[in-house]
Write a protein that binds this ligand. Sequence first.
Ligand SMILES: NC(=O)c1ccc[n+]([C@@H]2O[C@H](COP(=O)([O-])OP(=O)(O)OC[C@H]3O[C@@H](n4cnc5c(N)ncnc54)[C@H](OP(=O)(O)O)[C@@H]3O)[C@@H](O)[C@H]2O)c1
Length: 327
Amino acid sequence: MHNPNEAPAPGPGTVPAAQYPRFGPPEVLRVVEVPAPAPGPHDLVVEVAAVSVNRIDTGARAGRNKFQTGRRLPQPTGLDFSGKVADVGAQVRGFEPGQRVWGFLGTDRLGEQGTAAGRIAVDADLVAPAPASQELADLAALPLVGLTAWQAMKELGVEEGSRLLIAGGAGGVGSTAVQVARARGALVDTISSARHEELLKRLGAGSRFDPDAVDWPALAGRYRAVLDTTGKNLRSLRRAVAPGGRLITISPAGIPASLLTRILPGPTVSFMSVRPSREGLEALGDLVERGRLTPIIRKRFPLSQIARAHALVETGHGRGKVVVDID
Ligand SMILES: NC(=O)c1ccc[n+]([C@@H]2O[C@H](COP(=O)([O-])OP(=O)(O)OC[C@H]3O[C@@H](n4cnc5c(N)ncnc54)[C@H](OP(=O)(O)O)[C@@H]3O)[C@@H](O)[C@H]2O)c1
């Protein structure tokens, strides 16, 4: 008799895919066999090498993002990927089978489409050629957080000589943002635990302030750009913004402050949400090729252990990205 805790045997024309049949803790995740996708006219079918696990994925699985995911179950998981083109839709130009690619579906696909599967069909506009200079599976650490960092740096106007403060400098987004900002010639300070000091130095960050012991008055008015990834200390972070400077939070916990500061004097806290962008993926690929951006991987798991990957990401602590290898 079939044991329901064992992954079903692959069938002809099926691929493994991670899903959750109900909202709940990481253990609700299952790997099931689903029909192998065929490309729509504008799609690529990608044989997925790896995906990253993001807080938005763990929140969706826990049932905290139902306004975005809807309630229909089971739901797939994963929003970014690296892999190789397996099939090309009739109207797609510029891609060929076997090509290395990476992509990000966009948060509006949450709960409907997932990347944590053997093969996925994905709109070709959401995909770009992956850089050749890094392992394909490692590159899965970059699309979602890389686009977040790249778009935040653009919105903050970070350029040569800009002084930038990143709260949460070693996390998935933070460690990528440090690299993107350094590549633009910015001077980057961080608020981050002492245990991340070595990594931050290696990535080219300057001063590191311990979250529990920031001398906030000493930072007043010092930064043209502030990127918050934590949703914490936003009142103090506002004081660190120089006249005419900008403060962006990407943490959902920062949304109330972003609404409030629209009507308060002083710097506005702007909430930013990452958007899919082929141009952004190409810019990130260029940084990788130039040796300015490296995937920082905290830990990797096989697809069969995706629940462990979710549990680790859900802690909200640590450096870099958690990656799930598909094959
Ligand atoms: N709006 C968007 O488009 C968007 C995109 C991506 C992510 N996000 C959100 O952004 C947040 C961060 O994402 P992530 O992927 O970078 O998370 P992550 O990989 O879990 O990293 C979080 C980092 O924050 C640090 N941290 C926690 N509290 C801190 C504090 N008070 N001061 C300084 N550092 C602190 C942690 O350091 P320790 O190890 O020392 O605890 C950890 O390195 C999440 O809420 C995520 O949902 C939003």
